[in-house]
Ligand binder design. Structure first.
Ligand code: ATP
Ligand code: MG
Length: 421
């Protein structure tokens, strides 16, 4: 950054100097003319001729430089301009040697109009001859030996000037190129930054959308597993109470069960709002919790449900245990709702890398491949179960056939609390 501003400042100064130098020839021409007018002892050609030449020179400079500044890049035009300037300089020096002051500005035109070392060397030599002639007393030359010495000095000056001008121009071109490259790099950097910002915003939006989707899925699962299941159980118990109106003991039992279900569902609903794990898992380990769920379900539905645990039970990540418990609850709820089963067997197996839960019933069975629609009546349970398992890198398999019972198998990674810590 510092480099760029330093180079740019130098370039501004160079341009200002160039601008200032453009006024010098006019000043030198006016001064030379005034000197001719006041120095009556220096020989000169007739004033009208001088006036014509001075006016022509002024016009020539104004036309080529002030009025057409863009012609500076046209090599052909600049060649014509320079040739004209050289002719006018020689004519003016021929009119009076005092125009040597103006002749000197020919070096400036060499730098302005000519490109390349050779052209500038030729231009500088022509100007050096003119200034040499003026310094040697004008045309015709009175002393050739004196002229030779003066010419030698002028040629030395011309060469030095040519060398310096070429160097300055080359450096200036390099600086301009450098500024351009830096500006280009800056623009590229700015574009890359803008692009990055866009990508960042896009990533944020995607992450937000993914978060919203995940949370919506989680809430839908919770509503299904906690509220809908609880309400289904309550409705079933109330219907049973209705049917047992003549048997006060049975009626009371169904009502109490409905009350208990309502209370449990309320507790679970509150816990899921706070994203806490189920109450049963808070109090006992997973095998006991599933055993309690099975026993409660069995008591309510009058169907035998047994849990067998194999392997060595060990505490798993809360999210994994909750998922297995919900799987057992939904599988049992399905048996109660759809299977008309006489017996349910639950198997919880702790293996080295995975833990599986099988829920088998001997009920009516169904065709798992048959297309199923999610509607107000339900149809969300198995899909929600699969989603939940997927979130913890688990899998679900449903094996069933009409008349041959149903087996629901969940398999989850056995990530223990210790391993996760
Ligand atoms: N154990 C089972 N025995 C017989 N049929 C079953 C069993 N489990 C599931 N089904 C069948 O699979 C369908 C889909 O079950 P799913 O749990 O997805 O939905 P649902 O129980 O009908 O409604 P929801 O669970 O959303 O309240 C059920 O409608 C039922 O026909
Ligand atoms: Mg269901």
């Amino acid at each position: 950054m510092t480099d760029l501003s330093a180079v740019a400042r130098l370039e501004v100064w160079r341009r200002r100097l160039d601008q200032w130098l453009t006024y010098v020839p006019y000043g030198a021409l006016v001064c030379s003319t005034l000197l001719v007018l006041i120095s009556s002892n220096v020989p000169h050609r007739p004033y009208p001729l001088i006036a014509v030449l001075v006016v022509t020179t002024l016009g020539w400079l104004l036309w080529w430089i002030a009025l057409h500044p863009l012609w500076v890049d046209d090599r052909g035009r600049m060649g014509v301009f320079f040739a004209g300037v050289v002719v006018l300089i020689y004519l003016l020096v021929w009119c009076s040697p005092l125009f040597g002051f103006f002749a000197w500005t020919g070096y400036l035109f060499t730098a302005y109009a000519l490109k390349g070392r050779l052209h500038r060397a030729i231009g500088g030599t022509l100007v050096a001859f003119a200034t040499g002639l003026a310094q040697a007393g004008g045309i015709p030359v009175s002393s050739w030996s004196y002229f030779a010495v003066v010419l030698f000095f002028n040629l030395a000056i011309a060469n030095a000037m040519t060398f310096l001008t070429t160097m300055t121009h080359e450096q200036s071109a390099k600086r301009a190129e450098m500024i351009e490259q830096l500006a280009e790099a800056n623009a590229k950097l700015a574009a890359a930054l803008r692009e990055n910002e866009g990508l960042h915003a896009q990533l944020l939006t995607q992450a937000r959308e993914a978060g919203v989707h995940d949370e919506r899925q989680r809430m839908a699962g919770e509503i299904h597993d906690v509220l809908a299941q609880g309400l289904t159980g309550i409705v079933t118990q109330l219907e049973a109470a209705d049917a047992a109106a003549t048997d006060p003991a049975a009626w009371r039992r169904h009502l109490d069960t409905a009350k208990g279900l309502a209370r449990d569902s309320l507790t679970e609903a509150r816990r899921s709002v706070q994203a806490l794990r189920p109450q049963t898992l808070e109090a006992s380990a997973l095998p006991e919790a599933i055993g309690e769920v099975a026993a409660g379900w069995s008591g309510r539905n009058g169907v035998r449900a047994e849990l067998i645990t194999t392997g060595t039970p060990r505490p798993l990540l809360p999210e994994i245990e909750t998922t297995l418990l919900r799987t057992a609850q939904e599988a049992l709820a399905n048996v109660a709702r759809h299977a008309e089963a006489g017996r349910v067997a639950l198997t919880l197996s702790y293996m080295e890398d995975v833990v599986t839960l099988d829920v088998r019933d001997d009920g009516t069975g169904f065709d798992p491949a048959a297309p199923r629609e999610i509607s107000a009546a339900g149809g969300f349970g198995l899909a929600a179960m699969r989603e939940r398992l997927l979130r913890i890198a688990g899998t679900l398999e449903v094996e069933s056939e009409p008349g041959a019972g149903t087996a629901v198998s969940a398999c989850v990674p056995a990530i223990t609390l210790e391993a996760a810590a």
